[in-house]
Design a binder for this molecule. Structure first.
Ligand code: GLU
Ligand code: MG
Length: 462
């Protein structure tokens, strides 16, 4: 659009020379090399301009210990991810953007490579790339999108946070009050070539949701990290705090990052779609869904991976509490989304509700793909769809329908992950070990501490 400065060039046309020119045009002084760690935090280092060109090839050195660091920067003992040895943060040039919400700054998302230029075994982005390759071997690619729910807040004198508004779900009053921020947010996303789909105020006080158009899995994970940073960064510019933590206020609705996904073949057909099948979901779609459902207890340790995540996953809060699936069922873990009238074949997709922004999106998507592929390969069946709110069934009715309660705390889901050989084999030993060590240390850390400490610790990290 006419608003786009010369410094913004669509990523697919981005080449070295254009990046350098875009940095010059955008008065960029620092380019951030970013990654997402075992705790789901977005971290990185920045290079100044004179060294940029060389560092696009060399990367920036990073201690291996960072993948064994928990969300409070306590290093966990993991052989191969300690103080000795380096990896390199090597940027994916196609993720370049000039950040519209901070002065003089551009960013890239990076792979973690060993000094001999191989993907490092504990690199989450490398894990997702491996799962993409497996899906490609089966003849498909996965399209995905994370919906970001977040709460806008102000800091009050006792150091705690108070929601920005106390209005109603989808309320125009909430829209008006947040409009200066939301307008800047949409602008900042579009300047980074993230295609905004929808925006609305959500149910909790101060809660809003913004969604981005679906993209191939790796791009979708990159996009979600950009989205998280942009939401927080734009809010900060407006004197506000935005949190994407799963349950910032225990008595109000939580923040999900519902994960929508569908599988496409090389001919550009959505293989989840079959108008002749129940809910328009094809056999392949049903098997993929069954795989995700079968691995859900362990997968949850990747999609709802913080202590705070489990305050959210309660019956009756629209976040899902049961391993069940159903058509447009917003209390089931997996929702079959009803197709759009304008594009029924293209729009059939599944939505995973138990997913939140304390996840590392590379791990969440990679795990989902491994689980879904297992369902596809073994032609798993998901059992009967649930067409009612599972909370309204008695516990014997739920067992009769094979509806299990999801793990109720982080320890339970981490134990399920450790037992799930399909998922841990896909992740490989070093990534699994580092991940379990970091997340287990967080479970221990918050177990005997007061609720306030847990809430404060999560509030402005996600
Ligand atoms: N905020 C709800 C959650 O925690 C979801 C509400 C909705 O979008 O259906 O997932
Ligand atoms: Mg929502």
């Amino acid at each position: 659009t006419s608003e786009l400065p010369n410094s913004c060039i669509a990523p697919h046309r981005m080449y070295l020379q254009q990046i350098l020119e875009a940095c010059a045009d955008g008065a960029v002084r620092l380019a951030r090399f970013l990654y997402c760690d075992s705790s789901g935090l977005i971290r990185g280092k920045a290079t100044a301009m004179p060294g940029l060109e060389a560092r696009l090839t060399d990367g920036i050195g990073l201690t291996r210990a960072m993948m064994a660091m928990n969300q409070l920067d306590h290093l966990q003992p993991v052989v191969g991810a300690g103080p000795v040895g380096e990896v390199r943060l090597v940027p994916d040039l196609s993720t370049f953007s000039v950040l519209p919400y901070v002065p003089g700054t551009a960013s890239f998302l990076c792979d973690l490579l060993t000094p001999d230029r191989e993907p490092w075994a504990a690199c989450p982005r490398g894990f997702l790339k491996r799962m993409r390759a497996r899906v490609a071997d089966a003849g498909f690619h996965l399209q995905a999108a994370f919906e970001a729910e977040f709460i806008l807040a102000r800091k009050v004198s006792d150091g705690s946070y108070e929601p920005f508004d106390s209005t109603c779900c989808f309320s125009t009053i909430a829209m008006d009050q947040a409009a200066p921020f939301v307008d800047d947010l949409v602008r900042s996303l579009e300047l980074q070539f993230l295609q905004v789909e929808q925006y609305y105020p959500e149910a909790a006080h101060g809660q809003h949701e913004i969604s981005i158009h679906h993209a191939e899995a790796l791009r979708a994970a990159d996009n979600h990290l950009k989205l998280r940073d942009t939401i927080r960064g734009v809010a900060w510019k407006h004197g506000l705090y935005a949190t994407l933590a799963p349950k910032p206020f225990p008595d109000d609705v939580g923040n999900g990052a519902h994960l929508h996904f569908s599988l496409w073949d090389a001919a550009g057909k959505n293989v989840f779609s079959d108008p002749d099948k129940t809910y328009c979901l094809s056999d392949a779609g049903r098997h993929f869904l069954a795989g995700v459902l079968a691995h859900l207890p362990g997968l949850l340790a990747l999609t709802c991976p913080s202590v705070n995540s489990y305050r959210r996953l309660l019956p009756g809060w629209w976040s899902s509490a049961y391993a069940a699936y159903g058509p447009d069922n917003r209390e089931a873990a997996l929702r079959i989304a009803s197709p759009f009238w304008s594009d029924p074949a293209g729009s059939v997709n599944l939505e995973l509700k138990p997913c939140d922004s304390s996840c590392n999106p590379y791990l969440a998507l990679g795990g989902l793909m491994a689980a879904g592929l297992d369902g596809l390969e073994r032609k798993l069946e998901p059992g009967e769809a649930v067409e009612v709110d599972p909370n309204l069934l008695s516990s014997s009715e739920r067992s009769a329908h094979g509806i299990r309660r999801l793990p109720q705390n982080l320890d339970e889901s981490l134990n399920a992950l450790e037992r799930d050989e399909l998922l841990t084999d896909a992740m490989g030993p070093l990534l699994t070990e580092a991940y379990l060590a970091v997340r287990r240390s967080e479970a221990t850390l918050f177990r005997n501490r007061e609720t306030r400490f847990e809430l404060d610790s999560h509030f402005y990290r996600y």
